[in-house]
Ligand binder design. Structure first.
Ligand code: ZN
Length: 247
C-alpha cells in the first residue's frame, strides 16, 4: 500500500434499494474489518500531505460520503465513533433538509441532513466538503452558473462551519476540462468516481475512490485489504533480503 492511498466512497447507510445504499449491518462489518486490519482514518489534510509526498498513508484510509443523507447521522456516525474514525461528507449545500430528487432509478426519496446537523457533526470531528449547491450535472453548465455551483457550494459550507472548505466532489463524478478548472480555482483537492486506489501521480483535482458498493461481502473486503498488506510485507521482506545481500 505504500505507493497508493485508499479513499472509500459511501452514499446512504440504509436498506433502500440500489447501489447507493449500504445496509447498516454491512457498513458495520466494513468498518470492523478496517479496524481488524489495523487501519485508522485520515483527514483531508493528511491525505493532501501524502499526495504532496510529505507523509505516508500506510494503513490509513480516507472515508468519504456523498450527498449528506440523514442516515449518515443515524447509522454511520455511531459506528465510525466506535472505531475512533472520522469521515469526510460531501454535501449539496442548497438541498439540505430536503428529500433527494436526483436518483430516480430506483426512486428512493431519502431525506438529507439539515444545516444544523452538519454544524453539530463538524463539532464532533466529522469533516465536510462541497458537492455543488443543487446536485446538478456540472458539465451542462458554464460561466456564472458553473461558478455558483462549484465555488458557491464551498462558500456556503465555509460560512456555516467558519473554516475553509478544502475538498470538493462533483455530483455523479461528472467533470470535463472546464469543470476541473473551476474546481481548481476554489479547492485544494477533489474526488471523482473512477474506481482505483489513489496514486501520487493522480491529478489532485480528480482523485479516484473505491466505491464500497463492491465490497458488501466480508471475505472480498478482507481479502482486498489483506492483499494490500501482503504486497506491502513482501516489499519489506525483499528490501531486507537486498540489504543482507549488499551487506
Ligand atoms: Zn451525489
Amino acid at each position: 500500500m505504500s505507493g497508493a492511498a485508499l479513499v472509500l466512497t459511501y452514499h446512504s447507510i440504509s436498506g433502500a434499494p440500489g447501489p447507493t445504499s449500504i445496509p447498516p449491518s454491512v457498513f458495520a462489518m466494513q468498518m470492523q474489518t478496517l479496524a481488524d486490519c489495523g487501519y485508522s482514518s485520515a483527514s483531508v489534510d493528511e491525505f493532501v500531505a501524502w499526495h504532496d509526498g510529505k507523509a505516508d498513508f500506510d494503513r490509513r484510509v480516507l472515508i468519504t460520503f456523498d450527498d449528506a443523507f440523514a442516515d449518515f447521522a443515524a447509522h454511520a456516525v455511531p459506528v465510525l465513533k466506535q472505531h475512533g474514525f472520522s469521515a469526510l461528507m460531501f454535501a449539496p449545500s442548497r438541498k439540505l433538509g430536503e428529500i433527494e430528487d436526483w436518483y430516480t432509478n430506483p426512486p428512493t426519496n431519502r431525506p438529507l441532513m439539515t444545516k444544523d446537523q452538519i454544524v453539530d457533526l463538524a463539532g464532533q470531528g466529522m469533516e465536510f466538503g462541497a458537492h455543488g449547491r443543487t446536485h446538478c450535472n456540472l458539465t451542462e453548465l458554464s460561466g456564472d452558473a458553473l461558478a455558483e455551483e462549484v465555488k458557491g457550494s464551498g462558500e456556503d459550507i465555509t460560512a456555516w462551519l467558519g473554516r475553509y472548505t478544502r475538498a470538493f466532489a462533483a455530483p455523479y463524478g461528472a467533470v470535463n476540462a472546464q469543470v476541473i478548472q473551476a474546481i481548481k480555482g476554489s479547492y485544494r483537492v477533489a474526488f471523482g468516481t473512477r474506481f482505483a486506489k489513489a496514486m501520487r501521480s493522480d491529478d489532485r483535482h480528480d482523485i479516484p475512490r473505491v466505491d464500497m458498493h463492491y465490497f458488501r461481502n466480508s471475505w472480498a473486503w478482507r481479502n482486498f485489504l489483506e492483499g494490500g498488506m501482503l504486497y506491502f510485507r513482501s516489499r519489506q521482506l525483499l528490501r531486507g533480503v537486498g540489504q543482507r545481500l549488499r551487506g
